[in-house]
Ligand binder design. Sequence first.
Ligand code: AMP
Ligand code: FE
Ligand code: FE
Ligand code: ZN
Length: 285
Amino acid sequence: MTGKKVDLHLHSNHSDGIWSPAEVVTKAAEAELAAIALTDHDTVSGVAEALAEGGRAGIDVVPGIEISCLGDGYEVHLLGLFVDHTNPGLLDYTRWYHEERRNRARRILERLAELGMPLDQDALFAEVGDGSLGRPHIAEFLVRQGYVNSFEEAFDLYLGDGKPAYVPKRKLHPREAIELVHGAGGLAIAAHPGMDLTDEDLLDLVSLGLDGVETIHPKHTPEQVAHYEEFARKHGLLVSGGSDCHGRGDEILLGTLDVPYRVYVELREAHARLRAGVETLSRSR
Ligand code: AMP
Ligand code: FE
Ligand code: FE
Ligand code: ZN
């Protein structure tokens, strides 16, 4: 028998994934994973559903989030694992982020109107509902209105970075994100460092209180996995791993990655120690 496997980086339709949180859990159970983390972008709204389904399916579900941050000269996605998904500070952030995306969409629509392409804001907002409103929605709208011929053209001509209707997103500084995750009782892990970060950036994050690095990720080469394992050892960091699966047809990664069960156990134990430490601290005050 091969050892039990886990997947600690997964998305649902509460951010940019396809499956509902319950479906993510069901698929993970079918893939015989022993534990998963739901880590939707900038929201924890799917966690309660995933936890409930995890109880039914007999699979451990770690409450998580993936926070988009802008550091000093680098962008980073920070995973919060074992967060309390009812933590008021965390919920404040997710509400702020949600509203921020809507404000940004309003500004993009203003630019498009100035460029001669008025769009119906109410229709757009109604269509997206509680979802995470982003440029892809606006691109699809531009195609449907006949202002562009394709989704790609919408980005190439107007919405892509630096194009005439581009409006940047405001993001948390990793210092704030790490504080937020710690405040919610979680562990702060740098997601897919091989995609975004230099080792110098990672060291900056360590100085801000980072707890761990995601070593196993589909975009990491075997050399990068080994490099980050070594980096973690050297700097006393935890390690994590996950498929970052979004459920899209040609790249269904859930269950295909070799993240051993002990990775999950070590994170869980570190989290328990941290919580015990915090409790001891607050009792001694
Ligand atoms: P947002 O979070 O609103 O900034 O949108 C980011 C998403 O837009 C990305 O996840 C991509 O799906 C899509 N996107 C960004 N740039 C491009 C591009 N040049 N061409 C096609 N899609 C893009
Ligand atoms: Fe994503
Ligand atoms: Fe990411
Ligand atoms: Zn992700």
